[in-house]
Design a protein around this ligand. Structure first.
Ligand SMILES: Cc1cc2nc3c(=O)[nH]c(=O)nc-3n(C[C@H](O)[C@H](O)[C@H](O)COP(=O)(O)O)c2cc1C
Length: 340
């Protein structure tokens, strides 16, 4: 199956929650939560799309780098390209319409990602979706980064994170930007922000690296480094946790400048092409993360659709590396792009 055929098939399956737009840019689903949209006016998502358009790749084809190498290593895992699948929850009729269950999506995501050599993250929520991600991880030798909600009860966060370590996962994450989520069960305030001391408590309890997902400032990143975290995901949860946020690509350079090599930096938000991956690497990220399009790929093509989507993005990235004289990932530096 081609990606076009996969998208066509998914279009017949995913309505009304996701309209499977040719370009997944948040306009058709603006404000739809539950659903797949960004919060309110959708501005935290569209800001990412608009900013990435302003970043231009500087062409240089006078060189001898015929076969660019997009491979890299993240948290000790060798990957074919610096790409991660975002954790996406609520498939069972909350965000998506239930045509694919959370269990099946988790399995397709992990299987497809492993086959393509990219790193999957799975999610957490009030329902059973943390277990479903862990099941997928266990079925694939722990090839997954389970992402725990910032449960106000830090002991609950630690208990869940430890289960990721037991499943053999290379790292575990926490989507701290879900701090103000209202839908995490019936009790009020079941999730919340985390102090440096609480993050340090998680780090010290874990035998594997801890990643904080949803950091948008140099100050926040420095606090994660102070707590001993191994990495961060620069993210606004796909624009779902607030309006009026800056674009993720916009804040990347100041975050990288502040933390240096102390943290592995992943970034998400409206990244859709290999060119977008190239741009965020040039702005300071170690890897890019993509969310919603992978769910479409899984609906229309299962694990094979996930792999094809990831392989296509890798081929586009390699193409851009040739066009910009970048033989390897380390050579995608700030001078390779211009912001207009
Ligand atoms: C429907 C939906 C559900 C999501 N669920 C989670 C989740 O459970 N945990 C999490 O860390 N992020 C979650 N996210 C955020 C994604 O991991 C990711 O940050 C975002 O989708 C990336 O942007 P993109 O979809 O534009 O590529 C969710 C996003 C969507 C659209």
């Amino acid at each position: 199956m081609t990606l076009n055929e996969i998208w066509e098939k998914a279009r017949g399956m995913m309505g009304p929650n996701c309209q499977v737009c040719p370009v997944c840019d948040g306009r058709a689903c603006r404000g739809k939560i539950p659903g797949v949209g960004a919060m309110g006016d959708g501005s935290a998502w569209t800001a990412c799309t608009e900013y990435l358009k302003r970043v231009k790749i500087r062409m240089d084809t006078v060189h001898e780098a015929w076969d660019p190498d997009a491979s890299c290593e993240l948290f000790g895992v060798k990957l074919a390209s610096p790409l991660c699948l975002a954790p996406i929850g609520g498939l069972n009729g909350y965000n998506y319409n239930g045509a694919v269950s959370t269990a099946d999506w988790s399995m397709m995501a992990v299987e497809g990602a492993k086959a393509a050599g990219v790193l999957p993250f799975t999610g957490d929520g009030a329902g059973g979706q943390f277990q479903e991600g862990l099941d997928a991880a266990s079925a694939h030798g722990g090839f997954d980064v389970p992402t725990v909600k910032p449960w106000r009860d830090n002991a609950k966060l630690i208990r869940r994170a430890l289960r990721a370590a037991e499943a053999g996962c290379p790292a575990v994450a926490c989507d701290i930007d879900a701090a103000a989520f209202a839908n995490m069960g019936s009790a009020v305030n079941t999730v919340g922000p985390k102090s440096v001391d609480e993050l340090r408590e998680v780090v010290e309890a874990l035998p594997i690296p801890f990643i904080v997902k949803g950091v948008m400032t140099a100050e926040g990143a420095l606090k994660c480094a102070e707590a001993g975290c191994a990495g961060i995901v620069v993210s606004t949860h796909g624009g779902r946790v607030m309006t009026d946020a800056q674009a993720t690509a916009e804040v990347l350079p100041e975050i990288r400048a502040a933390v240096g090599d102390a943290l592995t930096i992943i970034v998400d938000g409206a990244i859709r092409t290999g060119a977008d991956i190239f741009k965020v690497l040039a702005l300071g990220a170690d890897a890019a993360m993509i969310g919603r399009p992978f769910v479409v790929a899984a609906h229309g093509g299962g694990a094979g659709g996930v792999k094809l989507y990831a392989d296509t993005r890798r081929a586009e990235l390699e193409y851009m590396m040739t066009m910009a004289n970048c033989p390897d990932i380390a050579s995608i530096t700030r001078d390779k792009v211009a912001i207009v």
